[in-house]
Unconditional design. Structure first.
Length: 343
């Protein structure tokens, strides 16, 4: 056993000592790079181009993520069946964890398995929910056998589905981070986010909170409720988009369903906005922060630096003092520095 493995702190130990950062964001970032299709959003890239996944893991790790999350979001049986690749289900899930483990070892990071909304759950259909449980059980089993440190279960619109995930992970004996995706109308089968959080904690979740759907501005009100009403740790992983009270989700920022998820660039938060969110969330008492769909390594680095950290990628943080026009280095000629007014 290497020294790094022997001294790796657990999720609970890290949370007891401070804030934990987790970069999610794989789906959209790999779509932008040409490896994931909008619509099905199936992570076939794990098997077809594992080097692309490994590189993004490394970029998020260098940016300050304490957790390397296996890219198995939508890597479940229903989605794999949808694209005619159900026979690759187990290899995809196992290889995703192996890629995450390889990179996590470079920075003594935790390795997380990942399960998510199945699009099969139905509060009125017991048989469908048995399928949901079976789908989650096989993914968690493979993740456990491959040696994950925890399982992230995310983007649940229904509390009932999140509870199934919590029960499955608890039965496997692993720590869990359970996050809900809260639409404009709230959790679909629960009257309040606080009640949902309390039920998830009672079911055995290690960390509960919210991810996806909402940007910083519309997630912060939910976080205030969660921190005030639910025993922590609380998680917050917004999408980095400028949502508003009128358009509380990133989907509502899109002008037409034919362009859904494909015209979000003008609404993207700057690194400064995500840094400010990180500070506000931590000041509220949130202990587990990160980014979801649309998040890039530079967002994660800005968030890490905002809470006082210096991740490896900070070596190349902006330094405009050395820019030939906007900087102030003594070697710069006035003919260039004076030109800033015309740029």
């Amino acid at each position: 056993m290497t020294e790094a493995v022997a001294t790796k702190k657990s999720l609970e130990e890290r949370l007891a000592q401070g804030v934990v950062i987790c970069a999610e964001g794989y789906l959209f970032e790999l779509e932008k790079r040409g490896y994931v299709a909008v619509g099905p959003f199936v992570p076939e890239v794990v098997l077809q181009h594992p080097e692309a996944v490994e590189q993004l893991h490394r970029e998020f790790l260098r940016a300050g993520s304490d957790i390397v999350e296996a890219f198995t979001y939508y890597g479940h049986r229903e989605k794999m069946r949808l694209v005619g690749k159900e026979h690759l289900l187990e290899p995809l899930n196992r290889n995703a964890v192996r890629l995450a483990k390889k990179v996590a070892a470079e920075g003594n990071a935790l390795v997380a398995g990942n399960i998510c909304n199945t699009n099969v759950f139905d509060p009125t259909d017991e048989e469908a929910n048995k399928q949901v449980r079976a789908m989650m059980e096989e993914q968690v089993l493979w993740a456990k056998e491959e040696g994950v440190d925890l399982v992230i279960a995310e983007t649940f619109m229904f509390l009932g589905e999140a509870l199934i995930a919590t029960e499955v992970i608890k039965a496997a004996g692993l720590p869990s981070v359970i996050t809900l995706a809260v639409a404009g109308s709230g959790v679909r089968d629960c009257p309040s986010i606080v009640e949902a959080g309390l039920k998830l904690k009672a079911a055995g979740a290690t960390v509960v909170g919210v991810n996806c759907s909402r940007g910083p501005a519309t997630m912060l009100p939910l976080l205030k409720e969660l921190v005030a009403g639910v025993p922590g740790p609380i998680a917050a992983l917004p999408v980095p988009y400028r949502t508003t009270s009128e358009k509380p989700t990133f989907q509502s920022l899109c002008s037409h369903t034919d362009k859904m998820y494909m015209e979000l660039e003008p609404h993207t938060c700057t690194r400064f906005e995500m840094a400010e969110f990180a500070k506000e969330a931590v000041e509220l008492g949130v202990k587990y922060i990160g980014v979801c769909c649309g998040g890039s390594p530079y967002h994660v680095r800005a968030m890490a630096e905002a809470i006082g950290r210096t991740p490896p990628a900070s070596e190349f943080s902006p330094n405009l003092a050395l820019h030939f026009t906007f900087g102030k280095h003594e070697s710069f000629k006035p003919i260039y520095t004076s030109f800033k007014q015309d740029m």
